[in-house]
Design a protein around this ligand. Structure first.
Ligand code: BGC
Length: 765
């Protein structure tokens, strides 16, 4: 049926009334901002406008392969919008002074940095943080990071990194929150709140930058910077929610990712950066490229620098990190009519707005208080928080015969390439850290045990056997400490120490830079030489505890089968050694739960708990059945499932109850379960709730996390834990990408991991 013209006119009138109401909602603050920026833009030359889009690297800290030159001159000419990875309040103040005193329009610069898991007080790497499942702690760590960074002149962080990743070969799994969109979304929110607080213009809050938009975690074959390609329905349901959550929490900037989406690099992808981000999601902050993201589109095969810069601007990029494409080529593009003045003004305006919101127009030195830098960075209080947080991120993977906690030990043999290695405690992306001040495991055990216990240390082996590989992983001030002695000699020394001890603690795994950017691995097992060390130590017959340092899930099937106790400590930041000692010695009972599945071998990758059922699922408990979806040589089960993590105590789940057997669109169902601490230690447990939508218009995952609570129970204590489910929890994107729920049967699972749950069911009416 055709809509009558008068109806169309009424609708148009109504829309314009609504729009003007929206405009009326503009606050006084917005008006002041708009007036100031209108005035400024009116005065700016084209070069000055393009200058705002320019984000060169400072050359102070290296995070890529380009160093920008002549920065001071460019700042004087108004050709720089901000700088990143420049460290120290004095330097930042001096650079800001150039902009404020020697440039024509005196527009303040914005100073960014990769403050990824803490500033100088380093917290565990993000993957580790996510295993705490503790949103308060995560928010607090981001808050403290913001406090320290802002005390040293930084007002913008390139964090949170919220890329969902299901391929542990990709080194950057270490920088994100694992494989699950629900958990990832909660963490994204907590981090943005922590960084930005409730008022961005305060001198101790900083602007967050959600990255890498989008789908960077789905790089083919786990090889960094590689192509991604996925269906929209997967994108919407499984990969996009954490970005959206971070933006809903108010994140003021977004970083475009290196990868392509539907054949168009994110940096030039209008659908992504404008249609979805701005029009659908209502984002009104600014978009920055990733490091040389524009220039790289030449190699992607999209044209020369001028052409790709034009594409980027038109797609919705506002700021150019390091490429010199927007500032360097857009004048010509404008002259040729390829872009409009309005498009340049729009991008420039967004940068100026961010500076305004940070309070930089009011006081360009707002973040340059030298006293704050002296008093608020790397304080004993912050380090204490880092220690407490770190202990919450460790995942106890195995603990046969209650090998842990260590008790009544007179002599401990502390063996391994990561045992006395301060440089390799913080993990990747710790650009502001002073590694010499981090606490190694040897330091931590000595601090905790004093002279009571004898600690016999031996390195045992190098991190890797191959010196060329060692050189590749010994960068950014994190040498692995290559020992020239032979493997035989080093192992012999370690075995001698082990024989004299009551227990052996083996600090093994990856070094810091074996994960992170450009650190993909095709083989994610423990390096062979370290395995040989473990074999020799096991042969002594002494109880062996493996303290596993890693930035990714590893394939440690042999270790799981042979080593009695495994504590996964990721990279735990400045206070790593103290926190690990706290857990090894039982001062803290471990409670971390995996946010990413550990595969049995690389052939299982990608492996994640919320997969589809397929038309030929393998029956539960079976290994192999012909013509079912499985492997000939290995079961489908992972080595350690999502949500898994042991405690020194044990937790029993009983009496899963639903308040109703059906749910309506307006109603709710209470899900309750009794959890008992049935072991001998007080401790924390993460109670996890999953659902399964049994019948849908599209296939649905076999399980989806929809709630969790971290609780603390004294030994012997039982508590009834309650969750509320509403129809909102059952929404998903259907094949038309509409966010819907569909009536029918649902299952509810509650338990201690994704693989160990009680089960009930209800119907959505
Ligand atoms: C990384 C980003 C980072 C940027 C600036 C890039 O190589 O992909 O995550 O924020 O460098 O250091």
């Amino acid at each position: 049926m055709k809509t009558p013209t008068y109806l169309l006119i009424i609708l148009a009138l109504w829309a314009s009334i609504l729009m003007s109401c929206n405009q009326k909602q503009t606050t006084d603050g917005d008006k002041q901002m708009n007036d100031l920026i209108d005035d400024l833009i009116g005065k700016m030359t084209l070069e000055e406008k393009l200058g705002q889009l320019n984000l060169p690297a400072s050359g102070d800290i290296t995070t890529g392969s380009v160093s920008s030159s002549n920065i001071a001159e460019k700042i004087k000419e108004g050709k720089v919008g901000g700088l990143f990875n420049i460290k120290s309040v004095e330097k930042i103040r001096a650079v800001q002074q150039i902009a404020m005193e020697q440039s024509r329009l005196k527009i303040p610069l914005i100073f960014g940095m990769d403050v990824i898991h803490g500033y100088q007080t380093l917290f565990p790497i993000p993957l580790g943080m996510s295993c705490s499942w503790d949103m308060e702690l995560i928010e607090k760590s981001a808050r403290l990071a913001a406090q320290e960074a802002s005390a040293d002149g930084i007002c913008w962080t390139f964090s949170p990194m919220v890329d969902i990743a299901r391929d542990p070969r990709w080194g950057r799994v270490s920088e994100g929150s694992g494989e699950d969109a629900y958990l990832g979304s909660q963490i994204a929110r907590a981090m943005v709140k922590g960084y930005q607080g409730d008022d961005l213009s305060k001198n101790n809050t900083i602007l967050a930058c959600v990255k890498h938009f989008a789908l960077y975690g789905a790089a083919e074959a786990g090889r960094d910077y590689n192509t991604t390609d996925m269906s929209r329905i997967r994108m919407y349901n499984e990969y996009l929610p954490p970005y959206k959550a971070a933006l809903e929490a108010g994140a003021g900037s977004v970083m475009a990712s290196f990868n392509e989406i539907d054949g168009i690099p994110a940096t030039a992808n209008k659908w992504l950066l404008t249609d979805l981000l701005r029009q659908k999601w209502g984002f009104n902050g600014f978009v920055v490229t990733d490091y040389t993201g524009i220039l790289e589109m030449v190699d992607h095969g999209l044209g020369n620098l001028k052409e790709v810069s034009t594409l980027a601007l038109k797609a919705g990029v506002d700021m150019d990190m390091v490429s010199d494409g927007l500032p360097g080529t857009l004048k010509q593009a404008l002259d040729e009519g390829k872009i409009t003045q309005q498009e340049i003004d729009q991008a420039c305006r967004r940068i100026l707005e961010a500076k305004y919101k940070l309070g930089l127009f009011e006081d360009p030195y707002r973040y340059c208080d030298v006293n704050r830098a002296k008093n608020e960075i790397f304080t004993p209080e912050n380090r204490q928080v880092a220690r407490e947080v770190a202990a919450q991120t460790f995942v106890l993977l195995k603990n046969d015969n209650q090998t842990l906690p260590l008790q009544h030990t007179k002599t401990i043999a502390l063996i391994g390439p990561l045992a006395d290695n301060r440089e390799n405690m913080p993990g990747t992306w710790s650009v502001a850290g002073d590694f010499s001040k981090s606490v190694s495991l040897l330091d931590g055990l000595k601090n905790a045990l004093g002279n009571e216990t004898n600690i016999l240390y031996a390195m045992g082996t190098n991190v890797v056997r191959n010196p060329e590989l060692d050189a590749r992983i010994s960068i950014f001030g994190k040498p692995t400490k290559w020992d020239k002695r032979s493997q035989k000699e080093m192992i012999a020394e370690a075995v001698a120490a082990a024989k004299k001890s009551d227990v052996v603690v083996a600090a093994v795994g990856e070094s810091s830079e074996m994960s992170g950017e450009a650190s993909s691995r095709s083989d994610i097992s423990l390096p062979e030489n370290q395995k040989e060390l473990l074999e020799a130590l096991l042969a002594t017959g002494k109880p062996l505890v493996m303290v596993l340092f890693t930035g990714r899930p590893l394939t440690i099937s042999w270790e799981k089968a042979n080593v009695p106790a495994i504590l996964n400590v990721w990279f735990a930041g400045t206070e790593a050694g103290n926190a690990i000692a706290d857990v090894l010695l039982g001062k803290v009972n471990p409670s971390g739960k995996l946010s990413a599945t550990f595969p049995q071998n690389v052939g299982q990758i990608p492996i994640f708990y919320n997969h589809k059922n397929t038309g030929r699922p393998l029956a539960e408990g079976k290994w192999f059945t012909k013509f079912r979806s499985n492997y000939l040589d290995i079961p489908n089960e992972p080595l350690f499932p999502f949500g898994f993590g042991l405690s020194y105590s044990t937790f029993d789940y009983k009496n899963l109850k639903l308040s109703d057997s059906s749910l309506t669109a307006e109603g709710q169902i209470k899900v309750s379960v009794d959890v008992t601490n049935s072991g001998n230690y007080d401790g924390a447990e993460v109670v996890q709730l999953y659902i399964r939508d049994m019948v849908g218009s599209v296939t649905r995952p076999v399980k989806e996390l929809k709630g969790f609570q971290k609780i603390f129970l004294k030994k012997g204590e039982t508590r009834t834990i309650e969750f509320t489910l509403t129809e909102k929890d059952l929404l998903f994107y259907n094949s038309e990408l509409k966010f819907v729920s569909e009536p029918g049967d649902f299952k509810v699972f509650v338990g201690t991991s994704s693989a160990s749950t009680l089960e009930a069911g209800f119907v959505l009416k």
